[in-house]
Design a protein around this ligand. Structure first.
Ligand code: PHE
Length: 462
């Protein structure tokens, strides 16, 4: 297994953590908190603050929220636990773990999941780049503007400018690569202990302002009152995909974290914690953006720019808005980086494990490949906006295929693998847990609800 360590908090050795390929052992997390923080660091990111509000905006508010929460609470928690279990039982990352437990054929699920992580990273860095640019603009103060029309124009001009968008994407990707190359994920995740709560608190502060804007309550009502007539197959698919995306599920991320868990850690509780933090981040972001969207008269279905158009207008209406804007974009950048690192790392680890690459060249190769793969996505907001496949821009298509199709497909394979193929072993991870009632429930969620939900939603859509 690779040595791109995901930060064991205190290096103790677990007997389960013996590495199949190299024989070296993985250190385990010193505490459950360390694990929850690292997994939540992967989960909480642009998915909550950037993607969630605009997707809710496009899909009719409260009803979408209800479906999303339903997905998280059922298959989300079950799959978090399933991925942790695979990591916990093997001490390995997804491809080697599936190989060890299930043989050669299952390793392909791991390879596809790793490719998916790479593809997600390629469009994630585009939005990461927007965060970098908005942080710069927050420093200069140029981001603060009351006039949402001006903010829309500025956002479009920036994302349409090939040099600016590729450069900011490059900076974000470069920061991610540097963190992985330097192996400082551990420090970064520890910092999450302070920075994640700080982001949550700041969001609460912004919510307080957003809710007192004239007209904001219409947005709150729209966000929280389900109108189930708004639900179509497409809405269900987006909610399902978003549940996977916001929990970092279906691409093998959580397997890696699970591999560092100490023997006595309570897995089910950890899964619930990660799900809660990720969902909380989404709901806070929704409460921050959507009321403001209504108050400022921005169309809720404005698309991927929604957060970047709305936030500056709220800051402009806040006392100390300039400082708050800087703090917000800094914390958002941090959250985005911890997620990007969790996507980058398994891809580099794959080259190291499967092809025995050195770490430096592996990181460089992933950097270059991600840049090349991500560039068309970045350009699809400008010079290549006319390039459309299946009626979508390149960015939208990458997002759609990876998040709505490949992530659920990965999750489905893992659910069946854990619930059927390795069940006798898998269930032992809950031995000694107080939540014994959850053992059969978990299996039903994995083998019945997850396949029905995923196939059902795909069937509705296609
Ligand atoms: N969950 C992350 C976010 O919301 C994105 C992500 C998806 C990270 C999949 C890792 C794996 O920003």
């Amino acid at each position: 297994m690779s040595h791109l360590p995901i930060s064991p908090a205190a290096p103790a050795t677990s007997p389960a953590a013996t590495d199949a390929s190299g024989g070296a052992s993985r250190a385990t997390w010193g505490s459950r908190l360390g694990f929850v923080l690292a997994a939540a660091g992967s989960a909480v990111g642009l998915g909550a603050v950037w993607k969630f509000p605009y997707v809710v905006g496009q899909h009719g508010g409260g009803a979408f929220l209800a479906v999303y929460l339903g997905c998280v609470l059922t298959l989300g928690v079950a799959l978090l636990l399933a991925e942790m279990t695979v990591g916990r039982l093997t001490g390995q990352s997804i491809t080697t773990a599936l190989h060890t437990l299930g043989g050669r054929a299952w390793a392909w699920v791991g390879r596809i999941a790793t490719f998916n992580a790479f593809a997600i990273l390629s469009f994630y860095v585009v939005v990461g780049g927007w965060t970098v640019t908005y942080l710069m603009r927050a420093f200069t103060g140029s981001v603060l503007a009351n006039d949402t029309q001006r903010l829309v124009t500025e956002f479009s001009a920036f994302t349409a400018n090939p040099v600016a968008s590729l450069a900011s994407m490059g900076v974000f990707l470069g920061l991610t690569a540097l963190i992985v190359a330097a192996g400082v994920q551990k420090g970064i995740e520890r910092a999450g202990k302070w920075l994640m709560p700080a982001l949550f608190l700041l969001m609460l502060l912004v919510i307080a302002r957003a809710l007192t804007l004239p007209g904001a309550m219409a947005g709150v009502a729209w966000f929280l009152t389900p109108d189930f007539s708004m639900i179509s197959g497409d809405t269900l698919l987006e909610a399902l995909g978003l549940a996977f995306f916001s929990l970092s599920l279906g691409a093998g991320m959580i397997v890696v974290y699970g591999s560092y868990l100490p023997r006595d850690a309570r897995l089910a509780g950890s899964a619930v914690w990660v799900a809660t933090l990720a969902t909380l981040a989404c709901c806070l972001a929704g409460l921050m953006i959507l009321p403001a969207v209504f108050a400022f008269g921005v169309p809720p279905d404005a698309g991927p720019g929604l957060t970047f158009i709305t936030m500056p207008a709220i800051f402009a209406q806040m006392p100390f808005g300039h400082a708050i804007a800087i703090a917000f974009f800094l914390l958002l950048l941090f959250a985005a980086l911890t997620s990007a690192v969790s996507l980058f790392e398994p891809v580099a680890a794959f080259l190291i494990d499967e092809y025995q690459w050195q770490r430096g060249p592996a990181v460089l190769a992933v950097f270059v490949a991600t840049f090349l793969f991500g560039a068309p996505a970045a350009l699809s907001f400008g010079v290549w906006s006319d390039v459309r496949l299946f009626d979508r821009t390149i960015f939208d298509l990458m997002d759609y295929v990876t998040v709505n199709l490949l992530m659920p497909a990965g999750g489905l394979c893992i659910a069946i693998f854990v619930g059927a193929f390795i069940w006798p072993k898998a269930r032992t991870v809950l031995d000694g847990s107080r939540a014994q009632w959850f053992v059969p429930v978990w299996r039903v969620l994995l083998l019945v609800l997850t396949p029905i939900a995923i196939f059902g939603v795909w069937y509705q859509t296609f």
